[in-house]
Design a protein around this ligand. Structure first.
Ligand SMILES: *[C@@H]1O[C@H](CO)[C@@H](O)[C@H](O)[C@H]1NC(C)=O
Ligand SMILES: *[C@@H]1O[C@H](CO)[C@@H](O)[C@H](O)[C@H]1NC(C)=O
Ligand SMILES: *[C@@H]1O[C@H](CO)[C@@H](O)[C@H](O)[C@H]1NC(C)=O
Ligand SMILES: *[C@@H]1O[C@H](CO)[C@@H](O)[C@H](O)[C@H]1NC(C)=O
Ligand SMILES: *[C@@H]1O[C@H](CO)[C@@H](O)[C@H](O)[C@H]1NC(C)=O
Length: 690
């Protein structure tokens, strides 16, 4: 019982703590599944395709799938079938794959890597029935023919679901994947250079989410088990790593090792005395350039979540390329002995020339520099979030964010510009949001959620998003799931749910403005905003405008979900609608958690009590496992210790709070206890005497 009380107290504490920072920003408009007109591409419906978006240009998408590369038109999402690349694994490779115990679905060729070498040649790699293979195809007389074929180990994953990335730059393929069948040898590779094999300081069970080139560098974004936290337990941190494009490897025996591989932690957290961390990066946008509070900056937006076994939290953070680069110029981090803390390396101990820099010929570097960078890949300082905090936070037991795409710097009639964020969830939703303070300030956040659209059937994760800018009003958002690709419009300004100026302005959608001449909510490009502020009325930062008359305080914004008049919530100018969808506010979360815990406890206690009485009444020899009682005891104790959030925070991570609590699935505890005690027939134990 004491254990139980501690646990409830802990949950309460977490929930109250959460209440301090969760502002519930609810969407201005909901679009339910099937309500929106979409274009759709389904691939081969007779099996699971595992779509992976590989290349995109102005008019087509190249999508890797099972035994095929689809070339899909962006105009209407139909396939260009003229130059199809089909590539099946050979019978021998499939046989070998079955022998290794893989299923028929696994033993196919899932295309995971594609790069345009030049105008009519492409490089393609596939899982090839768990034996990765790459090919160069050349366009000859309108058909693709195989030019050469070579082993793809280290370039392409074995498992189609492995989180790998690759990029082709200046004639070379950079890959971040695994180099073995069992997936235990992760690497960042560009022939002949690779990261160290089984060196947990370099890569520790990483999940790669994105790769991009910038200046002289290739950047890799991933999450991995945090080596600097190992003394305190297991945690996963988000990282950005980089290598120099012109790294030629080290001198002597280091000829096949990077001399420029460095990584930093990404800090996506809610500031406070005890910052709350969203530790696990899920995806990033491309590099976005924009104007933020008068500064021109290049930003990367990323989606971060809490661990899978904790309360479901997701956040979007931005990072400036400048601060990412700065972190690589800061101090290194090291652990002097096995049991000491990870601390910054004093600058006196760093050899000259500074290890990890891009140099003309890395083969001439002194050994001491190369040795240093091999054992000091981690930088001491985490990259701080731009805007100082997450742009959007969601606490939900139903879904987490998976993917983000950004439409950069969408202009409004008053001459301001905003990055519009499209965020995919693992529940088939797309959330459209922005930071309405971003044009005026680089260090404040005012989250606005414009729309929440159920684009895929509930439960189907969004695997990729892509904003397609086309002439006129033809721009669209492409949504990719494992088995389906669809396209929707970027906005719904013209929806008949929006009938007046106030509704149009309070949507805070940069694509939309109220047209004072036509008297309707119109979108960018129809016509463009050049007629100016007089004709087009919009105010993204406030969501209200004098020209519309009255303030939209109790205005109900267009929404198919029944809404109630709302009050102004503190710090938020949004006329938020009372939501029906399960996005939890801090209070409901607190109440839900506490009631479900108490419920589970009471049921658990009663069943435990009955169970122990039954056991006492019965002959112990009848029990299938005489140890069972002790095991139960041990379980509860272990549970308490393992989950106790009162573990003293780790010395070198003073500020870290681990929100790894087991959220009890509704009443499952009680039920399980009952069923194991009563429903299982007691089995006879076979005893063998030797
Ligand atoms: C779909 O895949 C099956 C094999 O799984 C194949 O026989 C069929 O031809 C494919 N259909 C199309 C339209 O490619
Ligand atoms: C995809 O199809 C379009 C239209 O036929 C063509 O212009 C484009 O080059 C194709 N892409 C590739 C990589 O084959
Ligand atoms: C890849 O990432 C997804 C989303 O975070 C995760 O659910 C999945 O387990 C990862 N795949 C592997 C093989 O770890
Ligand atoms: C992360 O950022 C927060 C808020 O700015 C800060 O309080 C915290 O110390 C940072 N954590 C690390 C590990 O740098
Ligand atoms: C590197 O090479 C460039 C041109 O090839 C040269 O101008 C520069 O001085 C070299 N830098 C060093 C440090 O040798």
């Amino acid at each position: 019982m004491r254990a139980a009380l501690v646990r409830v107290a802990a949950l309460l504490w977490v929930a109250l703590h959460a209440a301090a920072w969760v502002n519930d920003v609810s969407p201005k408009m909901y679009v339910q599944f099937g309500e929106e007109r979409v274009q759709r591409f389904l691939g081969n419906e007779s099996h699971k395709d595992h779509f992976k978006l590989l290349e995109k240009d102005h008019n087509s998408l190249l999508v890797g799938a099972r035994n095929i590369v689809y070339n899909i038109s962006l105009r209407d999402l139909t396939e260009f079938t003229e130059q199809r690349i089909e590539w099946h694994s050979s019978g021998a490779h499939r046989e070998l794959c079955y022998l290794k115990g893989k299923s028929e679905d696994d033993c196919q060729n899932y295309i995971r890597v594609l790069a345009k070498i030049d105008d009519d040649r492409v490089l393609i790699c596939g899982t090839n029935a768990y034996k990765p293979l790459c090919r160069h195809y050349a366009l000859k007389d309108g058909d693709y023919v195989v030019e050469k074929e070579y082993e793809g180990r280290g370039l392409c994953p074995f498992d189609p679901d492995h989180n790998s990335t690759a990029i082709y730059s200046e004639g070379q393929l950079y890959s971040a994947t695994v180099a073995d069948f069992s997936g235990t040898d992760p690497l960042i590779y560009r022939g002949p250079l690779r990261t160290e094999r089984s060196d947990l300081k370099q890569l520790n069970a990483p999940n790669f989410v994105n790769t991009m080139e910038y200046n002289d560098f290739i950047f890799f974004f991933f999450r991995e088990t945090a080596v600097e936290y190992i003394n305190c337990g297991k945690a996963i941190y988000s990282r950005v790593a980089r290598v120099c494009k012109h790294d030629k490897g080290g001198p002597h025996q280091f000829g096949d090792r990077w001399t420029s591989f460095l990584k930093s932690r990404l800090n996506c957290s809610v500031p406070g005395d005890y910052p709350f961390y969203f530790n696990e990066i899920q995806s990033t946008s491309d590099i976005i350039e924009g104007n933020y509070g008068g500064q021109v900056e290049k930003l990367i937006y990323g989606v971060f979540t809490t661990p899978v076994n904790s309360i479901g939290g997701s956040a979007v953070c931005a990072f400036s390329m400048k601060s990412i680069l700065e972190s690589f110029d800061g101090p290194f981090k090291e652990q002097e002995t096995m049991n000491s803390n990870w601390l910054a390396v004093p600058s006196l101990k760093v050899p000259e020339p500074r290890p990890g820099q891009c140099v003309n010929d890395s083969r001439t570097l002194p050994d001491v520099s190369v040795n240093f960078v091999k054992s000091h890949t981690l930088m001491d300082e985490a990259v701080p979030a731009f805007f100082t905090r997450p742009i959007l936070i969601r606490i939900s037991l139903q879904y987490r964010f998976t993917k983000i795409a950004v439409d950069q710097q969408v202009r409004t009639p008053d001459g301001k510009a905003y990055d519009v964020l499209f965020i995919g969830t693992d529940d088939g939703k797309v959330i459209k949001a922005l930071n309405s303070a971003s044009f005026d300030s680089s260090d404040t956040v005012d989250s606005v959620v414009i729309e929440e659209l159920q684009v895929l059937p509930p439960g189907v994760p969004v695997k990729n998003l892509y904003v397609v800018r086309m002439d006129g009003d033809d721009s669209k958002l492409v949504v990719v799931s494992d088995d389906e690709i669809l396209a929707i419009k970027l906005h719904r300004c013209g929806s008949d749910k929006i009938t007046n100026c106030r509704e149009c302005v309070s949507l805070q959608d940069p694509y939309c403005a109220w047209d004072n001449v036509e008297l309707k909510c119109t979108a960018v490009g129809s016509p463009d905003w050049s007629a100016g502020k007089k004709r087009f009325i919009q105010n993204i930062s406030l969501g209200e405008h004098k020209a519309c008359g009255g303030r939209p305080q109790t205005e109900i914004v267009a929404s198919p979900v029944p809404t109630q008049p709302t009050t102004k919530s503190s710090g938020s100018k949004l006329p938020s609608s009372q939501e029906k969808l399960p996005i939890y506010t801090a209070e409901t979360l607190t109440i839900a958690i506490v009631t479900s815990c108490l419920g589970a406890l009471v049921v658990g206690f009663i069943s435990g009590f009955l169970f122990s009485r039954r056991c006492r009444g019965e002959d112990y020899t009848d029990m299938p496992f005489p140890d069972q009682r002790h095991q139960l005891n041990r379980l509860t104790e272990a549970g308490l210790n393992a989950d106790s959030p009162y573990l003293p925070p780790c010395a070198n991570n003073k500020a870290a709070i681990n929100l790894v609590l087991n959220v009890p699935p509704k009443n499952a505890n009680g039920k399980n206890a009952n069923s194991s005690a009563e429903n299982k027939p007691i089995q006879k134990v076979k005893k063998t005497y030797i």
